[in-house]
Design a protein around this ligand. Structure first.
Ligand code: HEC
Length: 234
């Protein structure tokens, strides 16, 4: 493309007009080139937009039933959802509700259970499991206390099942609480039950003397909670 012009031997007035007209021509050429390359570019892009692919729920000629989305073969299991451990995922062993935990109950597990219990269960069951949580104080049907003989004698697998599938007026918590956390909560309920019935025989002999020692003020929130009223007025 010619962008500069050499003035020829012409009259000054004519020369300047010619230069101006040549300049206009150059600009028009440039504009044309730009427009052409834009169109070419857009066409390329369009190709990529129209690439042969099947979108979810769209019809597709490729398959005999004309469904673009293929039905999932029977018994397909999503990755990570095999759940082939009955004990861990159902609370049952050989079809029987079990009183065993599927993993070791450590201090961390109990702390996790306390934490999850405080979030998901105390609104109804209360901080100590007496069944007088805030929602109950506002009129929800009171659940049974965890400290009755009936509940105390229930196997932990039953509580796992209650959390997984709900029980009577109680909704299930399977969506909110992961299986391992449900077991942690079950372990914490056992700890709560012990807390209401423990005697000096439950204390290791070498630590008995600490019971009569004056209580040290605790720093920060402790596992046993900060002595708040059950259900809370907060
Ligand atoms: C919205 C209130 C509410 C929440 C939150 C709640 N529960 Fe319950 N729960 C109930 C009620 C009400 C019952 C009694 C149901 C019935 O007998 O119809 C009950 C019963 C129970 C029982 C006794 C089952 C039996 O066999 O008698 C257990 C154990 C239990 N809940 C555990 C839990 C745990 C663990 C959580 C937290 C993950 C929880 N609940 C959260 C209301 C609640």
């Amino acid at each position: 493309m010619r962008l500069s012009v050499t003035p020829g031997p012409v009259a000054p007035g004519l020369q300047s007009r010619q230069v101006a007209s040549e300049g206009r021509h150059a600009a028009v050429h440039l504009l044309l080139a730009c427009v052409l390359s834009l169109i070419a570019g857009a066409a390329c892009r369009q190709d990529m937009h129209d690439q042969p692919k099947i979108k979810a729920y769209r019809e597709a000629d490729f398959f005999a039933d004309r469904r673009g989305m293929r039905p999932i073969p029977e018994n397909t299991v999503a990755r990570g959802f095999l759940n082939d451990d009955d004990h861990l995922f159902t609370g049952k062993v050989n079809g029987q509700v079990t009183d065993e935990f599927p993993f070791e109950v450590t201090r961390e597990v109990l702390q996790r259970g306390h934490d999850r219990f405080a979030i998901y269960c105390t609104p109804c069951h209360g901080q100590t499991g007496m069944g007088n949580g805030m929602v109950v104080q506002r009129g929800f049907r009171p659940p049974p206390s965890f400290h009755t003989d009936t509940i105390r004698n229930q196997p932990v697998g039953h509580w796992y099942d209650v959390m997984t599938n709900g029980f009577g007026a109680m909704p299930d918590y399977r969506a909110q609480v992961a299986p391992e956390d449900r077991w942690a909560i079950a372990a914490y309920i056992r700890a709560l039950q012990l807390s209401q019935r423990a005697t000096t025989t439950d204390v290791p002999p070498d630590r008995l003397s600490e019971l009569n020692a004056p209580q040290r003020p605790t720093t920060g929130p402790a596992v046993g909670d900060s002595g708040r009223e059950d259900g809370g007025n907060h």
